[in-house]
Design a protein around this ligand. Structure first.
Ligand code: ADP
Length: 273
């Protein structure tokens, strides 16, 4: 068979390990494997490259995705997807492996409805894909966030501060929960567990009265204006407060062992076991 593989949407550590697993397992089964550059955009632009054993050498430890990724909102339009389907046919591709998050799965499902055999691998730091306990990239992102919390706690303690740390996750609070627990956060605020702000402010004032030196609050993105929250805490609690938006730093870095293992399980896409 001729199999194509692509990475799409937000990049995640371990995507390269997953591509490598698809390529090397494909070879074992005698398939030809092609990489598609830059996600669904490359499908539409016809950017296919042959991948060999050598192409994925050294990829297990590399963060990001060497195939590149993109967001292509137009892929929701059938006429745009039809160009991708025509290109897959032109290159005689029998099946497509997509590595990405929720949006990527939706795209793959739509391609499937148009007659393309697709298999999805869950590559996203957000841990928001059903049918798997963990997604490829989540464990590394948790490690990065915990490292940041540990560092912020040091300075927060020195300055008697409340440190607010905004993390990624979109509609999923898993990054905040896992990293918040590991970092000993006083408050973890997520879409699934939105803490009442008045209650939190009251607790923080209580900490001050008890003589505590600091507190850490971890919040999933898009729930609060974290800088405004820091200002309010500074003005009303007796603590000074600062907000740190961790941003894209959470997506980078060499995948940790758990993500290398999960990425390597990309071989299941081809051996069906
Ligand atoms: P992620 O895969 O990380 O969730 P996105 O939500 O940006 O990232 O989705 C990646 C890409 O998948 C989008 O840019 C778009 O090309 C495609 N996609 C998302 N939703 C759909 C959909 N409903 N139909 C077709 N393609 C989609």
């Amino acid at each position: 068979m001729k199999i194509a593989v692509l990475t799409s949407g937000g990049d995640a550590p371990g995507m390269n390990a997953a591509i490598r697993a698809v390529v090397r397992t494909g070879q074992v089964y005698g398939h030809e494997v092609f990489g598609v550059k830059n996600g669904y955009k490359g499908l539409v632009d016809g950017e296919f490259i042959a991948l060999t054993h050598q192409s994925v050498s050294g990829m297990l430890s590399r963060g990001g995705t060497f195939l590149g990724t993109s967001r292509l909102p137009e892929f929701k339009e059938e006429k745009v997807r039809q160009i991708a389907v025509d290109n897959l046919k032109k290159f005689d591709i029998d099946a497509l492996v997509t590595i990405g998050g929720d949006g990527t799965y939706h795209g793959a499902m739509e391609l499937n409805k148009m007659g393309i055999k697709t298999i999805g691998l869950p590559g996203t730091i957000d841990n928001d894909i059903a049918g798997t306990d963990f997604t490829i990239g989540f464990a590394t992102a948790v490690e990065t966030i915990v490292d940041a919390i540990d560092k912020l706690r040091d300075t927060s303690n020195s300055h008697q501060r409340v440190s607010i740390i905004e993390v990624m996750g979109r509609r999923s609070g898993d990054l905040a929960v896992f990293a918040g627990i590991c970092g000993g956060a006083e408050f973890i605020i997520t879409p699934e567990n939105p803490v009442d702000k008045n209650h939190m402010m009251e607790e923080i004032r209580k900490y001050k009265n008890e003589g505590r030196r600091h507190a850490v609050v971890v919040i999933t993105e898009k729930l609060f204006d974290v800088h405004a929250l820091a200002k309010e805490i500074s003005e009303t609690s007796g603590f000074s407060s600062r907000a740190t938006v961790l941003g894209y730093i959470q997506r980078g870095g060499s995948p940790c062992p758990d993500d290398r293992i999960l990425g390597s399980l990309g071989s299941y896409a081809l051996n069906g076991k």
